[in-house]
Design a protein around this ligand. Structure first.
Ligand SMILES: [Zn+2]
Length: 231
């Protein structure tokens, strides 16, 4: 099927096409609008409750790079970085938020000890991506590091409980509510948020630095060594 060189599919446009979006040809002057439409449809399709499909990040990162131009994306982000490294993607009222981890390559005691977690917000109406902030170097983050370190080093921590399940055998289960700093001071939803954030941070740290693997244990966060680790 010959597509390049055919007519743009935009209403009333007679220009020659140069771009394809999902098999449909568009001319250079309608490419952005057509892609934007494609992004908005995918955004609408995403329920916002579950993680967006991998394809969504491809479309979103491409859309952002079309808005700003590669090399001019805020926060020194690139299309590839958004596509491959964005996590904690949440649908918001008028757009979405996501996180990216930047490593600062400080290799100490056989661990990457420095990194920065950045929070970004994208507003659809304004077509604007902004850096909301960096790693809040707060108690929750400190505790996440402490727990991940304790998991890696097997030194024990009030938030880590050794359990045995029929399905998985011995595993380390994380109990964020065993951490006084996480549950203190305020009540209600902020605690749930801190618990979530602590768990999310532990997941990141463990994925980045640990040889342990995550165990599917319902809503609980659990880890164990690969079965062939000691063999
Ligand atoms: Zn056109």
């Amino acid at each position: 099927m010959k597509i390049i060189g055919t007519r743009c599919n935009w209403v009333d446009c007679a220009s020659k096409s140069a771009f394809i979006i999902q098999g449909v040809p568009y001319c250079p002057s309608h490419y952005f609008s057509a892609f934007e439409k494609h992004f908005l449809e995918e955004y609408k399709r995403w329920d916002g409750e579950t993680k967006p499909p991998e394809e969504f990040l491809k479309i979103f990162s491409r859309y952002v790079s079309l808005i700003y131009g590669e090399g001019a994306i805020p926060g020194a982000l690139s299309r590839a970085r958004i596509r491959d490294r964005a996590y904690n993607i949440r649908k918001t009222e008028g757009g979405l938020t996501f996180c990216i981890v930047r490593h600062l390559y400080a290799w100490t005691d056989y661990k990457w000890t420095q990194y920065v977690e950045q929070f970004f917000k994208f507003s659809i109406d304004e077509k604007k991506l902004e850096l909301l902030g960096e790693d809040p170097d707060d108690e929750v983050n400190k505790k996440a590091h402490e727990i991940a370190d304790a998991l890696c080093d097997l030194t024990g921590h009030p938030a880590i409980v050794l359990k045995h399940s029929k399905k998985h055998g011995e595993m380390f289960v994380i109990y964020p509510r065993n951490v006084p700093e996480v549950i203190s001071k305020t009540t209600g939803k902020p605690i749930a948020n801190r618990v979530k954030r602590l768990k999310a941070k532990i997941v990141i740290l463990m994925e980045a630095y640990s040889l342990m693997s995550r165990v599917d244990y319902g809503k609980m966060l659990a880890y164990q060594y690969h079965s062939d680790y000691f063999s």
